[in-house]
Design a protein around this ligand. Structure first.
Ligand SMILES: [Zn+2]
Length: 879
């Protein structure tokens, strides 16, 4: 699954299975297991409920009088158990855990080992929160869709809802005769009777219940050309003209994956479905991948580089799940992190291979470097956790995806890509159509490489945090490398040791050389020869660790970064410097100087890292120094915008198109660049009159900048455009811009609209989060959340309420304290919220401590330099 946070880099929604039961209580037994299940459903999304029957073939492994299965919601109308000879065995059922949806079946006598058949008739109300089997409406038409991961299949029908019960399923779906039904496999047979069309789908390969998918309604589609199996992009009525980019980009990605895995796509067809009401970015249901519509559908007349890049990266992630996750499935949810990390790592790798123009190798590095800030916090946890008590499956989702993929990259580099691929493919071959654990993969990597990958990997997977590698001069011109756990200043955490595969890059006698080391002790002395002028301890930034070198070396690296370092290493250097500030090993003034020294970089993705680093300073800079900070922003990034230009140039590199809106946003907001601001205002006006007259890749940015000082009339215009939007992309662009106004009364109107406007539940947060663009906005959004807590949480699935502490973020300890009190009230508690609150508290504390510690040095630097102009050659040239 691709969660929302991966798409918008804003907030990670936490998905939880809420239970405080112990492992033995929540997991199904192994005495009676399913071997096949058919499910017949009669679905009319215009109704509030549906009915169904299911037939399950069972294998009793041991004599027993009871067994358990899942049904959370469906009312069981009848249940019949028969043995292999066809005689019925009396069975009664009881809901024994309503949270988990555990049903205990008790027989009037012991069933002996052998084959049995279980037939259940049931009925249920459609869900309306976009989870489970749910109904929704769009333009007067009703549709049914599903989202079953992690444990929502049990809400739709009775089943053995755990990933290790991997069995063939047959879906039989009846819909009103003019509608269409879609499932995981090709249609086997279709009949029409009494106004209902019944589709019998072909039996699936063995699948876990969480990968089943169903869609019904007035669906339409375009074919995906060039696949080895039938493929379609499926949309709701009237939207298939937006499916062109998805149809065109799919086959090359799938072929690259087939080549890597060495086996054809494993299922009999491939449908990509655009779902208008959806919480995740996308979900890897076998043969029927569902996407949130604004990811999958792109208007061919207003297509942007960032939309296409996002679609390709998410598609590559989901398609790699067809092998890693679907063909071979985790045994239990404790390996969900690997399922997701692998798909993310593979997705970026394939995106880079098929579309190098988007430089996804560098974006992936930014993800890995960025997650280390979270992994340094006291609230961090090991990414592999036992899942047995409170089952917080997508908790720490950013950590699981990004740290996991960083670690996979590091080990791929260590043992070599070919060896790594060999290990992965042996693992897939050995467990195809079955289940496996992370240990099964490490074993194959050990075997392929002849090294102890398992042991080194464990340090990064089963321990929280990561190491700081320090390089200092030793005796006789040698250097000492040491490791300890990286911590932010003033935080006391248990020290840990890792086995760190690292490659030193250094200059020796004028030549740049490299050396591989496995740093597996607290300290190690290395001989790099005489006259070493500088060392970059993480060549190409593949290692998941932070590093520090003597200050003089750091100065040399930052001062000559474009000649000494690769783009990957420059991104690593920027991120590492920020971490050193948090650790108290670099001061704020030195940090600003380092960033400024690197601002002449011409590599767009390095500039993205630089502008993110500068943007993250905005909360640390004291209020009265903001004009000087604005001057700093203009001085460091103005030349880059001059170079890139505010208007697109036909045929320009895609990475330049990705950079432009971000430069415009930062220079307009934090840089208070009047030229950028007036450009944004006039472009926004033009866009409202004629959207085709404005470069679509900057449209969202100029709407936001124009809103900052915008009035009520502009707000109303945005609202009208959001409601009349013909494409999902334009709707979300305007909803986001509605939250961008700074005038308190308009911001209040936006927050009010989030709840009272004609929005889908997943759009409430879209408007509200956008209001948090400055301290006043964060305060206002927080007050809105606490005042309207019940109204907000009543409109979203209960587990999504756990992200509410996010509104307490920023740099205010008063607000944090208030939130801690607010969430202590049992009325405001949901599982997972405490963890979110812990992460927010870490973030706020860091911000406050940095302000106190570095505020003065930052102000002194900004004051001393506020009258200097950029020394970069492009400064001052026309945009
Ligand atoms: Zn995924």
């Amino acid at each position: 699954m691709t969660p929302l946070c991966r798409m918008f880099a804003s907030i990670c929604l936490t998905v939880l299975m809420s239970s405080t039961a112990r492992a033995g209580d929540i997991r199904l037994g192994r005495d009676v297991v399913p071997t096949f299940q058919s499910i017949s459903l009669k679905l009319d999304a215009d109704s509030v409920s549906y009915a169904g029957t299911t037939h399950i073939e069972l294998d009793a492994k041991h004599a027993t009088q009871t067994f358990r299965f899942h049904a959370r919601g469906p009312s069981l109308d009848s249940i019949r158990l028969t043995n292999a000879k066809g005689s019925a065995i009396k069975v009664t059922t009881a809901l024994t855990d309503s949270t988990q949806g555990l049903i205990t079946a008790t027989l009037d006598r012991k069933m002996s080992p052998g084959h049995y058949k279980l037939d259940i008739a049931f009925h249920e109300t459609f869900n309306t929160d976009a989870v489970g089997l749910y109904r929704m409406e769009k333009d007067g038409h009703a549709y049914a869709f599903t989202q079953f991961e992690a444990d929502y299949a049990r809400n739709a029908f009775p089943c053995w809802d755990e990933p290790s019960f991997k069995i063939p399923f047959q879906l039989i779906i009846s819909v009103p005769k003019d509608e269409v039904a879609i499932a995981n496999t090709m249609v086997g047979k279709e009949t029409v009777k009494d106004g209902w069309k019944t589709t019998v789908f072909k039996t699936t390969k063995p699948l876990p219940s969480y990968l089943l998918a169903i869609a019904t309604g007035d669906l339409e589609w375009v074919d995906i050309p060039g696949l080895g199996v039938p493929g379609r992009v499926i949309t709701v009525k009237g939207q298939s003209h937006l499916a062109k980019a998805a149809a065109e980009t799919t086959a090359p990605i799938l072929h690259a994956l087939e080549a890597y895995f060495g086996t054809p796509y494993p299922y009999d067809k491939l449908d990509l479905l655009a779902v208008p009401e959806y919480w995740a970015g996308a979900m890897e249901n076998a043969g029927a991948i569902t996407y949130t519509d604004r990811v999958l559908l792109i208007d061919p007349n207003a297509q942007t580089a960032s939309q296409v890049e996002r679609l390709i990266r998410i598609s590559a992630h989901e398609l790699s799940h067809m092998w890693f996750g679907d063909l071979v499935t985790m045994q239990w949810w404790d390996d969900l992190w690997l399922n997701e990390s692998f798909a993310d790592w593979m997705g970026d790798k394939i995106t880079f291979q098929v579309h190098p123009e988007y430089a996804s190798d560098l974006s992936a590095l930014q993800d890995s470097q960025g997650i280390m800030f979270q992994d340094a916090q006291p609230s961090t946890r090991a990414i592999r956790q036992p899942v047995d008590t409170t089952v917080n499956l997508f908790e720490n989702v950013g950590l699981a995806y990004d740290k996991g993929k960083a670690v996979l990259s590091m080990f791929e580099r260590w043992i070599g890509p070919d060896t790594f691929q060999k290990g992965v493919n042996s693992y897939l071959k050995a467990h195809a159509n079955g289940n496996a654990t992370a240990d099964d993969l490490w074993k194959e990597l050990d075997k392929a490489s002849g090294r102890n990958v398992s042991q080194a990997m464990a340090g990064f997977i089963e321990q929280p945090g990561f190491p700081l590698v320090e390089v200092r001069p030793g005796t006789d011109g040698r250097f000492v490398l040491s490791q300890r756990r990286f911590t932010n200043l003033g935080i006391d955490q248990k020290n840990l040791t890792w086995q760190i595969p690292l490659t030193l890059k250094f200059q020796h006698d004028g030549n740049v050389e490299s050396k591989n080391i496995l740093l597996d002790t607290a300290e190690q002395t290395v001989d790099l020869g005489k006259n070493v002028t500088w060392i970059y301890p993480n060549q190409d930034a593949y290692g998941y660790f932070r590093w520090s070198v003597p200050a003089e070396m750091m100065k040399t690296l930052a001062g000559s970064s474009t000649t000494l370092l690769t783009p990957r290493e420059r991104i690593g250097l920027i991120s590492d410097s920020a971490a050193l500030v948090l650790a108290g090993a670099m001061h704020g003034d030195e940090y600003l100087r380092t960033l400024e020294a690197m601002s002449g970089d011409r590599e767009p993705l390095v500039l993205v890292s630089l502008l993110q680093a500068i943007e993250s300073m905005k909360n640390i800079v004291p209020q009265d120094a903001s004009p000087a900070f604005a001057a700093y922003v203009r001085r460091t990034l103005g030349p880059a915008l001059n170079n890139v230009g505010m208007k697109a140039v036909p045929g320009e590199p895609q990475v330049r198109a990705l950079l432009r809106p971000r430069l415009i946003a930062l220079l307009g907001d934090e840089g208070r660049d009047s030229a950028v601001q007036s450009f944004a205002e006039s472009e926004a006006r033009r866009y409202l009159d004629d959207p085709m007259s404005v470069d679509p890749s900057i449209a969202g940015t100029v709407l936001v900048l124009a809103a900052r000082d915008g009035d009520r009339a502009l707000f109303n215009a945005y609202k009208a455009h959001a409601e009349a939007a013909k494409t999902p992309a334009i709707r979300s662009q305007f909803l986001n811009a509605l939250g961008a106004f700074r005038k308190p009364e308009i911001r209040a109107a936006a927050l009010d609209y989030a709840l009272s406007g004609p929005l889908r539940p997943n759009e409430i947060g879209m408007v509200a989060r956008a209001t948090q663009n400055d301290e006043a906005g964060r305060e206002q959004a927080y007050r809105w959340m606490t005042t309207n807590y019940e109204a907000i949480t009543s409109r979203i699935p209960p587990e999504f309420a756990s992200f509410m502490p996010f509104y307490a973020g920023g740099c205010s300890q008063e607000r944090l304290k208030d939130a801690q009190t607010f969430f202590r009230d049992p009325k405001h508690q949901v599982p997972g919220q405490e963890i979110q609150l812990g992460e927010v508290a870490d973030q706020v504390n860091d911000c406050v401590h940095l302000q106190e510690r570095e505020g003065e040095a930052i102000v002194a630097y900004l004051d001393a330099t506020s009258h200097t102009t950029s020394t970069h050659p492009t400064a001052g040239s026309p945009r």
